[in-house]
Design a protein around this ligand. Structure first.
Ligand SMILES: Nc1ncnc2c1ncn2[C@@H]1O[C@H](COP(=O)(O)OP(=O)(O)OP(=O)(O)O)[C@@H](O)[C@H]1O
Ligand SMILES: [Mg+2]
Length: 242
């Protein structure tokens, strides 16, 4: 079953075409990696799908509903959550309150709300920091908190924009395990990431954006073997060192 269908999507900023006729679909329950050089248009694509920005042309269908043009809050209510490339949490609030606020938005109150806050803190391994002011959290913890907040919306589809950037190797291992856990819960994910170790580890399929166009879409091993992808993004070293 297809949960997300993107058809001929394009986006111009002023006179600059940033996305050109992007077409792909995501199967429900799948984890799809989205890679490409800086400036390729990855975050722009996520912004369009999440309703943060309007496409210049094309269609986005989520569970067969047309999304293009819907505001972000309506898109979120339909079950589509995202994280931001630049970590966004409410630094004046405690970690627990950050999660509580997101779950409250979904309509939870009272005991149900508290149980959900505990479940999400537990899932993202943040339980011991629940009372901590968010500004005192490490980058790795802030990234997990961002994920917990996105999960509080009970998404069917999660768009992750470089949630692992800046993590050290052991934090990275934990983050990969966490995504594996989410996949086991059946959450469909579109994962933007520059770290190929992460992409190869978690993706069923990989999409490659280059200068606003989709240049590859297929199984990870096939995509990294493509000479076009190697030239545009990975470089020869990646293949030699694999
Ligand atoms: N609001 C905007 N106004 C004008 N140009 C923009 C805007 N947002 C993005 N761009 C341009 O669109 C292009 C794609 O940017 P985007 O942020 O989507 O790339 P990206 O693939 O996410 O890159 P990175 O890997 O560095 O995060 C870039 O040339 C960027 O400068
Ligand atoms: Mg980006």
């Amino acid at each position: 079953m297809t949960i997300l269908q993107v058809e001929n999507l394009s986006k111009d900023f002023g006179g600059l075409r940033v996305l050109e006729n992007i077409t792909f679909s995501l199967a429900a329950g799948s984890v799809v990696g989205l890679i490409g050089p800086n400036g390729a248009g990855k975050s722009t694509l996520v912004n369009l799908i999440a309703g943060a920005d309007r496409p210049t042309g094309g269609e986005i269908l989520f569970a067969s509903r047309r999304l293009a043009g819907l505001p972000a809050w309506r898109v979120a209510r339909l079950g589509l959550a995202r994280t931001f490339q630049i970590t966004r949490v409410f630094t004046d609030l405690s970690l627990g309150d950050n999660i509580r606020l997101a779950a409250w938005t979904r309509g939870l109150r009272g005991k149900g709300l508290e149980a959900e806050v505990r479940r999400l803190a537990d899932l993202t391994e943040l339980s011991d920091k629940i009372a901590k002011p968010s500004r005192d959290l490490t980058l790795a913890d802030q990234k997990r908190l961002q994920l917990a907040r996105a999960l509080a919306l009970k998404p069917k589809l999660l768009l992750l924009d470089e949630v692992m950037a800046g993590l050290n190797p052991s934090e990275l291992d934990r983050a990969i395990q966490l995504l594996a856990k989410l996949r086991n819960e059946g959450i469909t994910m579109l994962v933007i990431e520059h770290l190929m170790r992460v992409i190869m580890n978690i993706s069923d399929r990989v999409l490659v954006l280059h200068q606003g166009s989709l240049i590859a879409d297929g199984p990870p091993a096939e995509v990294v073997a493509s000479s076009q992808v190697q030239e545009a993004y990975l470089g020869r070293r990646y293949v030699q060192n694999r």
